[in-house]
Design a protein around this ligand. Structure first.
Ligand code: ADP
Length: 444
């Protein structure tokens, strides 16, 4: 049994995990950087340890300090949240070597699936449809050009270790290839200290549909339905919903079964997400598997009634999952809007600063996952997402109305946020009609 969990993260996800632990009667330890001394997660945890200066490399990404904090505090497990060290196989291995339970899959699985080329091979061998693309990582531009020519334009060039839309470029023709490849490579080197790339066919008008998976240590795997994540800016998600208006129940069963088979083939354990692109003709392709809890997990929780963080902890404790596929029922419709400290008028440039005035919406079916309060200073050092507004309605129409109303009540002054932009999205005719692809925001 896990008695004390150290949360190797900050912001709303750290708060979300603290709350789940409290409900399970598990003690919590927060870690914080000097700039986060007043942060909500630092204040809410049972104890808190400062692990270094603001810069993430010296704090939330510093494995040695986090492991030391775990040992000093006597915690027996680490929850990595998302981002930071959550998909770092070296960190998961370090936990294992130090006899600390890492709440997530094994380091071998993280390493295999974190490499987009390897992940595609694993899935392909399990009969999961994958997008046509390069087999091995590419470094050389001429080799890349040759492969892109064979695949046929347009192609998308991605960083092998990519994430968060970084190190990704589209080349519509051979003339665009060299520029796109060099830029993607440069960005990947900066973000991931690695410049291996892979190339795949660019699908013109797909939707991003992902399946939530839960898998225990004994080979039991279920899926919790899909999330629709097509509303993106710069390949980063902004609004997510469950279920997707593009998925019939027969397609859900089919894609869900494929996702479960993929997870089994990868020897997956704990909560994970299989991301697909759904093409206009109904064909779907594996894109990647995320080996951690996702930002958008609350929409799945709302429509299934399953607390994913608690499930993660129980699975890590070695519990046998008593959920069967037929027990999972999707009820109503949920939408999440990510509220970011950024300026949509200035290409979503981050807008750090002090929150001077603050009011959060409430009411039936409105959930707020956030870590902000009046007077807190939003740091320029970390991700710009500061809150998530989640609504649950009896159907999509009601959920959209609830979100419209919730966004109307939301007040965050002192910094710029994307609240107004989110409001425009939920009131857009094509959004309301469920008629959109990943190009929705570009075409707004
Ligand atoms: P990351 O790991 O950086 O988030 P993903 O591989 O998950 O990258 O892709 C992010 C987004 O990029 C997708 O949701 C989709 O919008 C777009 N994308 C990725 N691959 C393709 C593709 N082959 N064709 C069209 N769009 C793609």
């Amino acid at each position: 049994m896990i008695k004390k969990i150290l949360i190797a993260n900050r912001g709303e996800i750290a708060v979300r995990i603290i709350r789940a632990c409290r409900e399970l009667g598990i003690e919590t330890v927060a870690v914080y950087s000097e700039t986060d001394a007043e942060a909500l997660h630092t204040q809410l945890a049972d104890s808190a340890i400062c692990i270094g200066p603001a810069s993430a490399t010296e704090s939330y990404l510093n494995m040695e300090r986090i492991i030391s904090a775990t040992i000093i505090s006597g915690a027996d497990a680490i929850h990595p949240g998302f981002g930071f060290l959550s998909e770092n196989s070296k960190f998961a291995k370090l936990c294992y070597d130090c006899n600390i339970t890492f709440i997530g899959p094994s380091y071998e699985v993280i390493e295999n699936l974190g490499n987009k080329s390897n992940a595609k091979t694993t899935m392909k061998n399990a009969g999961v449809p994958v997008i046509e693309g390069s087999k091995d990582p590419i470094i050389d531009i001429e080799e890349g050009r040759k492969i892109a020519g064979e695949i046929g334009y347009p192609v998308i060039i991605k960083a092998v270790l990519g994430g968060g839309g970084k190190g990704m470029r589209i080349a519509n023709s051979a003339a665009e290839f060299n520029g796109a490849f060099s830029n993607a490579k440069k960005e990947s080197k900066m973000a991931f200290s690695d410049d291996r790339m892979y190339i795949e066919k660019y699908i013109e008008n797909p939707r991003h549909i992902e399946f939530q998976i839960l898998a225990d240590k004994y080979g039991n795997v279920v899926h919790l339905g899909e999330r629709e994540c097509s509303i993106q800016r710069n390949h980063q998600k902004l609004l997510e919903e469950a279920p997707s208006s593009a998925i019939s129940s027969s397609l859900r069963n089919k894609m869900g079964e494929v996702a479960v088979n993929g997870a089994k083939a990868a020897k997956y354990e704990n909560a994970g997400t299989i991301e697909f692109l759904l093409d206009e003709d109904g064909s779907f392709y594996f894109m990647e598997m995320n080996t951690r809890i996702q930002v958008e997990h609350p929409v799945t929780e709302e429509v299934t009634g399953i607390d994913l963080i608690k499930e993660q902890i129980r699975i890590a404790e070695g519990d046998k999952m008593n959920l069967k596929q037929e027990d999972i029922v999707i009820t109503g419709h949920a939408i999440e809007c990510r509220i970011n400290a950024e300026d949509p008028e200035e290409n979503f440039r981050p807008s750090p600063g002090e929150i001077k005035e603050y009011h959060m919406p409430g009411g039936n079916g409105i959930r707020i996952d956030s870590a902000i309060y009046q007077g807190i200073k939003i740091s320029p050092y970390y991700d710009s997402m500061i809150a998530k507004i989640i609504v649950h309605g009896k159907d999509r129409k009601e959920a959209i109305r609830k979100m419209d109303s919730a966004l109307g009540e939301l007040v965050i002054n002192g910094i710029k946020t994307n609240t107004h932009f989110q409001h425009e999205i939920v009131n857009h005719k094509n959004f309301k009609d469920g008629n959109f692809t990943i190009k929705f925001i570009d075409e707004m």
